[in-house]
Ligand binder design. Sequence first.
Ligand SMILES: *Cc1c(COP(=O)(O)O)cnc(C)c1O
Length: 394
Amino acid sequence: MKFKNLNRQYQTLKPAIDQAVREVLGSQDFILGEHVRKLEKELAAFTHRRHCITCASGSDALLLSLMALNIGPEDAIFLPDFTYIAAASAVQRTGAIPVFVDIDPVTFNMDPQDLECQIERIRKTTRFHPKAVIPTDLFGLPADYGRILPLAARHGLHVVSDAAQSMGASFQGQPAGSFGTLAITSFFPAKPLGCYGDGGAIFTDDDRLAARLCRLRSHGRAAHSKYLHVQAGLNSRLDTLQAAILRCKLQAYAPEEQRALQQAARRYASGLKGVVQIPAVMPGQISAWAQYTILLYDANQRRQVQQALARNGIPSMVYYPAGLHEQPLFRDLPRPPQGYPRSEWVSQRCLSLPMDPYIREAEIDLICRVITETILGKDSKREGEDAHGRKPGV
Ligand SMILES: *Cc1c(COP(=O)(O)O)cnc(C)c1O
């Protein structure tokens, strides 16, 4: 079994993708070509935004966003302690300091109450100015924008939503990517909407920020002239080839693959409920299921479950084995006295299981059975029952 079976997706979409790739090769139009312009329009519609600016990766999308907002030394940027490194390292690149916020152990996302505490702490005990917050939609579940957006507005903070894992998700009817001054995503192959290499995008409704981002991704080049540079920028563009592939994938993703993901999540939930803590989806939220992440009783039980899965040829991953505050890169940052107890608690117990739109019911059932037997013992299911405790045909 594969952790993400991208090959099944390719076999399904092969005719469309192969044709799109051949067409780009025929046109020899490789950088910011017609497909990039069309993809940006389609993604802006998908996220209900005025503008989509594609770039070379999700990490660059974060860095470009902070550059467009003029984030720099003396600024403090708030982000969850339990997430991928990219946002924190982009903050450091600008000269600002990342300030980590503890998480809600049920949703794995930034805890708005701790966000408020950390803002107060930075204001009272350091010389840094709170400037922006970067909530992550971790594992595909949108952050608590209902509380984070008003809180950020009250403190005068920009919101840069990290939707790298949540394309296709929604919060109270609004799509991931639609929240905040800016939102970013990644097209890394294993993300919910992935290409065949690196790629990323930024979403905004602000015309001036959009124009600035277009300049920044092309070495600060003025819109009207090829060799007039008005700002220090990056070379960070999406290939035409990747854009052509992404347009095929976007068509397959909404709604067929999304529907398959919801079905897979429901099957996991009914197979694992009462055995482990299954991922929470709050009312009004739809997850993009970038990961299906369960919580075990402790690190020891996690090790046993991982080993049992491996013996059955089932891969599993620990996202993430440590909070960002535990990374050597951030050792010298000023720490809150209470530390990050919930982030550490989750990092010792979380386990992500195989999940993609093409996973088979029999595969999910096998995974649920191995986990249940490891935790409750072999006798936990009577003979002839499936992983859902039902007899065949019932
Ligand atoms: C993958 C990821 C990124 C970075 O995207 P790349 O395209 O790999 O640079 C940023 N944030 C989160 C939450 C991610 O999962």
